[in-house]
Design a protein around this ligand. Structure first.
Ligand SMILES: *Cc1c(COP(=O)(O)O)cnc(C)c1O
Length: 405
């Protein structure tokens, strides 16, 4: 559904306004305004900035004192996978056979971790026997038996017991409502796994977009008590994802602050010796992608835009109400494409005929924004492209890759 157009940005060339070659090949673009001016996109358009992605990923990996794996579901686009691999992120957290195949295709030498606690038996067998995957997560005894059976009693398994954490009201979505073993189950699983696993670890996920670092402190305390109760020696700790990025109206601590908090907690519980892994998604990719949408109609403070909750904007919808950063763009007109009025608060509605296809925001945009103007939505490198549906025939979107110079 997503058409890939490979474009390169080049500030000087952009100033020369090169003609657009719709036949493909390298094209040179500068900032978003010039991309929009040249493409005049009629459909939702993703702008993926690969140099920014590289810098963000390398900064995370440099700050994290362990192995950084990328949670593929966050942005499964081939360019995201290739760019991250080239940036030095060579481990990937996958949850399905399609993700396994995707990573194998675009990052053939990558190491994969199958981190879904509930897997189809066929997926375990295929990933172990055909893709060389040795890292599997589980949160139940039945899943352990499934892994043992499907891998033919393998002796080279790296198993991770996923812990449920106490409720996290701070996260955008709390994953412990769905996955994870209780302390008693986890202790029992650790004892069972110890006898079959070559290496044994614990893992948790604090919940996506966790903006309160003390949540990591609590997660480590919980982990330490499970280890102590189990009486089992573990070989590594996977601290999951959840690392935040800034959104309007929400301060996010830096990655460094989150990691320092984690390390303090590990030291306090005598766990500093454990090799660490992390599974960031949002923190690696969110800020390197934007989504350009067009205003098709304005009714007072409601903007009818050409993408919505069934497209790339699910998280902005009624369930989560995420407020994304937004920038307005106007194609050049007799006023030079300038907005005149100060910012005002708007709500968006999407293109489908469904009543849930609305995004309350509020989103601050120029008060004179009107139909035909473009809205560039930020932080769209995460949890957007992979979630598009073709509901009502509005699924198609394009993507341009923009590099710095
Ligand atoms: C979604 C997910 C991640 C990534 O979470 P972020 O909040 O985007 O960092 C990591 N691990 C698992 C198991 C996940 O399901």
């Amino acid at each position: 559904m997503t058409k890939v157009v490979s474009l390169k940005s080049h500030a000087a060339a952009a100033r020369r306004r090169p003609a657009i070659d719709h036949g493909g090949g390298a094209r040179l673009f500068g900032d978003s305004a010039s991309v929009i001016a040249q493409l005049r996109p009629q459909r939702p358009l993703y702008i993926l900035r690969t140099d920014k992605l590289t810098r963000t990923a390398q900064a995370f990996a440099a700050a994290f004192p362990g192995e950084t794996m990328y949670a593929v579901k966050t942005n499964p686009h081939e360019t995201a996978i290739r760019t991250l691999y080239k940036a030095g992120i060579t481990s990937f957290d996958v949850a399905s056979m399609d993700e396994v195949r995707l990573v194998r295709k675009y990052a053939p030498k990558a190491k994969m971790y199958f981190m879904h606690p509930v897997k189809a038996p066929e997926a375990i067998a295929e990933s172990y026997h055909n893709y060389g995957i040795r890292h599997f997560v589980l949160d139940s005894l039945d899943e352990l038996y499934k892994i043992i059976r499907e891998t033919g009693l393998a002796s080279d398994l790296h198993l991770y017991v996923r812990l449920a954490l106490p409720k996290n009201h701070n996260a955008a979505i709390d994953f412990s409502a769905k996955f994870g073993a209780t302390p008693a189950e986890a202790a029992r699983l650790l004892r069972k796994c110890r006898s079959v696993a070559e290496r044994l670890g614990l893992c948790f996920h604090v919940g996506t977009q966790t903006t309160e670092p003390s949540v990591y402190t609590r997660a480590v305390a919980h982990t330490a008590s499970v280890i102590a109760d189990s009486g089992v020696k573990i070989d590594m700790l996977d601290v999951g994802g959840g690392f935040p990025v800034p959104y309007p109206g929400e301060d996010a601590p830096s990655i460094q602050t989150c990691i320092a908090t984690l390390q303090e907690a590990l030291a306090a519980h005598g766990l500093s010796h454990l090799p660490l892994l992390a599974e960031p998604g949002r923190a690696l990719v969110a800020e390197s992608g934007t989504l350009v949408t067009r205003v098709e109609l304005r009714k007072d403070k409601t903007l009818y835009i050409n993408d919505g909750t069934y497209g790339g904007l699910f998280d902005a919808g009624p369930l989560l109400g995420t407020r994304y950063p937004v920038t307005a763009h106007r194609l050049s007109d007799k006023n030079g494409g300038k907005f005149k009025k100060p910012l005002a608060d708007f709500r968006f509605v999407g293109p489908t005929c469904d009543g849930l296809d609305r995004m309350e925001g509020p989103f601050a945009l120029p008060g004179d924004i009107k139909l035909g103007d473009y809205i560039e939505i930020g932080n769209m490198g995460a949890y957007s492209q992979g979630m598009r549906t073709n509901f009502n025939g509005f699924g198609a979107a394009d993507l341009v890759v923009v590099t710095d110079t």
